[in-house]
Design a binder for this molecule. Structure first.
Ligand code: ADP
Length: 334
């Protein structure tokens, strides 16, 4: 089962890689972050140095990895990919750091999950371009200081607030990625369809864009499911019929909410009387990690005005009851 899942992930990753924009001009939307980045990249180019370290924050699928790749392209360096959870020991990070080359971009996904010793090593590497490599064990161990070439760290986090201030301060700037508007997602979809060699009907694009949770990754994924539907059950054309067919099969609702989103909403309304309820309790109720609920489901539910975050916990709004087709509680709680 595990092998099969890994296989499916591999296919998804490959499909995703094929649709990634490679230049800043091809990156749709996110005007603020794009302008910030283009300034930093142009300045670095003019000075002939590696760009400053960049932190990117925002929910999954909004383009953080893609931007890291674009930065590496523009800096004419190689991209090295790793993630906070993948670095178990400071030694793992030391090994990566001791092999970076001038102008390389080191992308650290989920950087807020780095272990403390690795985090401290990273401070030094980012600030002084230095790393202490420990050789040997126990009392005989010695730290050999190693000077690193100028390179760029691109950190990605689903919540910049989770990052300790000293680490956050080492970045030249933080780009906050926002959910995409339906019009921007339409652009993403048309571009992707072009790359897939399958023209997408304008009304199909409009419908898909409005059901993609403001997220390019989801838009691209749904597009491939529409392609599947068109091929197997439809006429082959990526039209409105194929779009509705695929959305129905994959249980995407009118707002674009998926299974997890609806599970969270349902638990909130039906099991906890609309809240307030704490994140951990809510996560246990839907069988997910608190971090998944907080970073994957919640941001969009909050943006759509279905859930509110209060100091006492998460609360369902009247719109949440309406969306689920449930009667609003009449105790005046809303
Ligand atoms: P993240 O790292 O934030 O989870 P990714 O960078 O992996 O997100 O993006 C997910 C997918 O969405 C990629 O396949 C990429 O092609 C697409 N994508 C993301 N942002 C954009 C954008 N601004 N324009 C076009 N495609 C995008």
């Amino acid at each position: 089962d595990e092998v099969l899942t890994a296989g499916a992930d591999e296919v998804e990753r490959a499909a995703e890689a094929a649709l990634r924009p490679r230049r800043l001009e091809d990156f749709v939307g996110q005007e603020v972050v794009r302008e910030q980045l283009s300034l930093v990249l142009d300045a670095a180019r003019a000075r002939g140095t590696a760009p400053d370290h960049v932190l990117l924050s925002g929910p999954p699928g909004l383009g953080k990895t893609t931007l890291a790749m674009i930065i590496a392209n523009e800096a004419e360096g190689a991209l090295r990919l790793t993630s906070g959870p993948a670095i178990q020991h400071a030694g793992d990070l030391a090994a990566i750091l001791s092999s970076v080359q001038e102008r390389d971009v080191l992308f650290i996904d989920e950087i807020h999950r780095l272990a403390r010793p690795a985090e401290e090593m990273l401070y030094l590497a980012m600030e002084d371009f230095r790393v202490d490599v420990v050789v040997g064990k126990g009392p005989g161990a010695t730290a050999i200081p190693l000077t690193l070439p100028r390179f760029t760290v691109v950190g990605a986090t689903t919540r910049a607030g989770l990052l300790p201030a000293p680490l956050r301060d080492r970045f030249g700037f933080t780009g906050h990625l926002e959910f995409y508007s339906p019009a921007e997602l339409e652009q993403v979809l048309h571009r992707s369809a072009r790359l897939l060699g399958a023209p997408l009907d304008p009304e199909a694009a409009r419908e898909l864009a409005s059901r993609s949770r403001g997220t390019p990754r989801i838009a691209n994924r749904l597009l491939r499911r529409v392609q599947d539907w068109a091929q197997v059950r439809g006429t082959g054309a990526l039209d409105l019929e194929a779009t509705h067919g695929a959305l129905r099969v994959f249980e995407v609702d009118g707002l674009g909410l998926d299974r997890l989103d609806r599970a969270v909403l349902r638990a909130l309304c039906e099991r906890f009387g609309g809240g307030p309820v704490g994140l951990t309790t809510l996560a246990v109720a839907v069988g997910e990690e608190p971090e998944t609920v907080e970073t994957v489901a919640e941001p969009f539910l909050v943006r759509e005005g279905l859930v509110a975050r209060t100091p006492r916990g998460r609360v369902a709004t009247a719109a949440a009851y309406d969306h689920l087709g449930l009667a609003r509680p009449d105790d005046g709680a809303l």
